[in-house]
Write a protein that binds this ligand. Structure first.
Ligand code: BGC
Length: 890
């Protein structure tokens, strides 16, 4: 088997081009003619944003093709203007921010003089302006200028561009949806949501611009005129509790039902350089569902693809329904002009059902297909629908009745739309039923009879960050986490972030692919599967079995910082794209670990803010994608979220992890917490990071992460929970069995694959900062407080020792005040001794303390100790080295 980075680049570029969404194309402004002259504007054309920030954005990428570079390769660009940008950037480098989650939402723009634009406009009649944004983990976007809105300098730039150039093309280089109302005010000629695409970003985008690729990306989210228009707006961003008042009316389910006028660009919208016609040639229904043969014809003049989308309007007299719901979609192949193909789309009967969660209903806690008329539509976006089929359900049919789960204990009002009217309906809070204790079958008890309770608890923990015994600098490891467990033959399994490239905080290079929103915008399952099979090979290359991704939470609100990692406002699209990525990774035996199960819909106070949600909205909107991932992706690993759901933390939520995930969906894989998650025993109880018993009891197999599993600080408390009778040995055994089977089954050591790596890109040489420590004998201390340690540089300490031996280095390290409120922030410093990776110092939250690193300095008198920082923001104030044991150098 081979991993050819040239193929990886090609596929990655193809998927970027396919995810770009063309929103405006007045007077056929695009594609650009080959001889068109262009003025390149906006610093993000130069410093193109490849990703959002946080764990999903920390891939050490070997190179970035910026939009400007890709343009310059194919078009004549206004040179003087270009040179002034290149020159200005030398004194205004990209600001990465200091610390975790500190990268600014936008970058400073170069102030432009009218004179420069006059000159450029004499050479070029077309301007390309890129507006770049980033947001991320622990950092929700904000509804302020320079973030959700244009910054002042950006707005001036738009005004000037509009004034000087007859053709103004705008790229939105962002992971989140941002305000676009200004694009109407300034009447931009072409508008493209280009997202963030990783290494190949510029190439993929310019492929669409010059017509090498005909755009076929479709919006995974509705874009509203105002941020306040989103139905979750009033209940987003609270640090204590957010009531999901909008209920099932998320995204288009709200807009299309009751607020059509608020939509600037509707769900699944996206233009092509061609036109298509969709006709349903044949419909058939059987007991299982409805089959459609849809003929797609390219009626335009150039080759291209489109997406056949199938929506259903369900009767909503009793149980209120959204105006339409996406029930199936398929991407066409690239059709030549006048060429046609027939796509088959299928809607299972059970997918017509809605979940009844009103306690006074005779169908309480059931999925029901209500009686009445079901209309089926096809189209290329949600506002382009043609009815193709009509189905009459004679009597209300109960598809399945389930035990009530995930119940909110408090009363709250939720939105519904009945008889053409918005109404608020009272949801009556109830207490959850306490479910029965698990009893392990005799053969399982027997299998683990010679394991002590301590061992069963140890294996319920993962090691991290940057654990030893696996690839350096990754997020975690689990399975054989102690010597005893390794002796039992349980392999240590490696896991790394994800989702759009491999994060290795020791500075090791990995390829970076496009982010979630772009990948969803392709509506192309096959392409996603292929891309992730390449990523599987890269995981193989690095000895990492599990990728911590994809991110699968619903885009409930456009300001959620991690929307870039997630796919869409729609659960079907989310589930289908995730399932294809999971299958892609499995091609070569790698495992996806989707996150964050469930309802992690804001970053602010993510380990605290309680989500109050109805069982119906939870099931139909927020869990649905995960359900598809289990049933169609063959999911084997899953990460719970930090937040409580109706008072119970996700990681210790038995309804979520046992009753719904395993009992209802028949999931057979493992479940892990997010890093240093909190748990509680019952609704409303304060969360604790020591509460491992509740986690184990709730079927969350692994607590991620501890720095050592030989001595787990929370062990005593967990053993006490067994003594008290709260935690059962059977429950520990159940989880252990899942972990052991998983580890043995996926271990790359047990299941190797021979891999040849071709055309691997080299990391651009990193700037090296040399620090001369001079000579030392037994002990010496250096003050390093004058150094400003930055991401992207390597700090090399040169030390000449006179006595051969083993030494110890004590580093006094602190992180800045900004990290105070971010309890689970991650700043990692990888330490190398004489070019050999030694260890990674992991700093969580705001910290100040001493970290000790062992140094073997017996071989050579001259030694080089290097530091690589995953983010800027940590200071090494003092470094003390002392001899521990003399040792002969021969
Ligand atoms: C994030 C996870 C990530 C983990 C390990 C957490 O802060 O929420 O998505 O996988 O860190 O880096």
């Amino acid at each position: 088997m081979h991993l050819d980075y040239n193929e990886y680049k090609k596929l990655s570029r193809e998927i970027i081009a396919e995810g770009v969404v063309l929103l405006e194309n007045k007077n056929k402004s695009l594609p650009l003619a080959k001889d068109e002259k262009i003025a390149v504007l906006g610093r993000s054309s130069y410093d193109t944003i490849t990703s959002g920030t946080g764990s999903g954005g920390l891939v050490n990428i070997p190179y970035v093709v910026s939009i400007r570079d890709a343009l310059a390769e194919r078009f004549a660009i206004a040179e003087e203007l270009d040179s002034s940008y290149l020159e200005w950037r030398k004194d205004h480098p990209f600001d990465k921010g200091e610390g975790w989650a500190m990268t600014p939402f936008s970058q400073v723009e170069m102030p432009l003089e009218e004179e420069a634009l006059t000159k450029a406009s004499e050479l070029a009649s077309t301007a390309i302006l890129t507006i770049g944004r980033t947001a991320g983990e622990d950092r929700d976007n904000e509804a302020v200028k320079g973030a959700y809105y244009l910054g002042e300098e950006e707005e001036r730039l738009v005004q000037l561009a509009r004034k000087y150039f007859p053709k103004l093309i705008v790229f939105i280089n962002a992971g989140n949806i941002i305000d676009l109302s200004w694009t109407k005010t300034y009447e931009v000629d072409a508008l493209l949501y280009v997202w963030q695409g990783g290494c190949e970003t510029g190439n993929g985008i310019v492929d669409v611009l010059d017509g090498s690729v005909n755009p076929s990306g479709k919006l995974p989210d509705s874009i509203a005129y105002e941020v306040e228009d989103y139905p979750s707006h009033a209940n987003f961003g609270d640090g204590k509790e957010n009531i999901y008042v909008e209920d099932i009316y998320v995204g288009y389910r709200y807009f299309e039902t009751m607020a059509k006028e608020k939509v600037l660009y509707p769900f699944a919208y996206g233009l092509s350089y061609s036109t298509f016609s969709l006709t349903c040639e044949e419909t058939s229904a059987d007991d299982e569902g409805f089959h459609f043969r849809v003929r797609v014809e390219n009626t335009g003049e150039c080759a291209g693809k489109t997406v056949a989308q199938l929506y259903v309007k369900a009767p909503g007299e009793d149980l209120a329904k959204p105006a339409q719901e996406l029930k199936a979609f398929k991407k066409s192949s690239c059709l030549e002009a006048s060429e046609a193909e027939v796509l088959t789309l299928y809607v299972p009967f059970v997918e017509l059902a809605s979940f009844e969660d009103r306690t006074d209903s005779e169908h309480y806690s059931s999925y029901i297909v209500e009686k009445g008329e079901y209309q089926f539509f096809i189209g290329e976006h949600i506002r382009d629908l043609e009815e193709i089929f009509n189905y009459e359900q004679e009597e209300t049919e109960v598809v399945k009745t389930l035990k009530p789960r995930l119940l909110p204990s408090e009363d709250f009002e939720r939105l519904r739309y009945v008889d053409g009217q918005e109404q608020m309906e009272l949801y009556k809070g109830t207490d959850c039923e306490v479910s029965e204790n698990y009893v392990a079958p005799a053969n399982l008890v027997e299998e683990f009879a010679n394991w002590s309770n301590e061992e069963l608890i140890q294996i319920a923990h993962g090691l991290g960050m940057a654990p030893s015994g696996v690839t350096a600098g990754i997020a975690g490891a689990f399975g054989g986490v102690t010597d005893g467990l390794l002796e039992r033959g349980i392999p240590r399994i490696a896991c790394a972030d994800g989702p759009s490239g491999i994060r290795m905080d020791n500075g090791q290079m990995a390829f970076s692919i496009a982010n979630g929103s772009l990948l969803a915008a392709t509506f192309n399952e096959e392409l996603n599967e292929r891309l992730f099979s390449m990523l599987a090979l890269e995981l193989r290359k690095n000895g990492i079995e599990v990728l911590l991704g994809p991110g699968m939470n619903i885009h409930r609100h456009p300001l959620n910082g991690r929307n870039f990692e997630y796919f869409s406002e729609d659960p079907l699209l989310t589930g289908k794209i995730a399932a294809s990525q999971i299958r892609g990774l499995a091609t070569y035996g790698a495992v996806a670990c989707p996150k964050h199960f469930a309802l992690n819909n804001q970053e602010f106070a993510r380990t605290e803010a309680n989500v109050v949600v109805s069982p119906r909205a939870a099931r139909e909107i927020y869990l649905k994608g995960f359900e598809i991932a289990v049933k169609e992706g063959g999911l084997r690993a899953l990460m719970t979220s930090y937040n409580p759901i109706n008072g119970v933390y996700a990681a210790s939520n038995k309804d979520l992890n046992i009753h719904i995930l395993r009992e209802e969906w028949a999931y057979e894989g493992i479940v892990m917490t997010d890093w240093w998650a909190k748990c509680n025993r019952k609704a409303g109880e304060e969360g604790s990071r020591e509460e491992r018993a509740a986690m184990i009891k709730a079927g969350n197999d692994l607590y991620m992460v501890e720095s050592s599993c030989e001595e787990i600080p929370a062990l005593a408390k967990t053993l006490e929970a067994i003594e008290e009778g709260y935690l059962l040995r059977d429950e520990l055994i159940r989880n252990t069995k899942a972990i052991v089977d998983f580890a043995k089954d996926v271990s790359f050591i047990h299941h190797p694959l021979e891999l040849e790596v071709l055309n691997e890109p080299k990391m651009a040489m990193q700037e090296q900062v040399e620090i001369d420590l001079g000579k030392m004998e037994e002990e010496k201390t250096w003050d390093l407080s004058e150094y400003h340690f930055e991401k992207g540089k390597i700090y090399v300490l040169h030390l000449e020792r006179t006595l051969a031996g083993t030494y110890e280095m004590e580093l006094e390290i602190s992180t800045g005040d900004e990290q105070k409120s971010l309890e689970v922030s991650q700043l990692n410093i990888a330490v190398f001794v004489n070019n050999i990776s030694s260890e990674t110092i992991n700093l969580v939250g705001k910290t100040k303390g001493t970290h000790t690193v062992a140094l073997d300095l017996w071989q050579n008198p001259n030694n080089y100790i290097s530091f690589v920082f995953s983010e800027t923001g940590a200071s090494i104030n003092e470094c003390k080295i002392r001899l521990v044991e003399k040792r002969s150098s021969r």
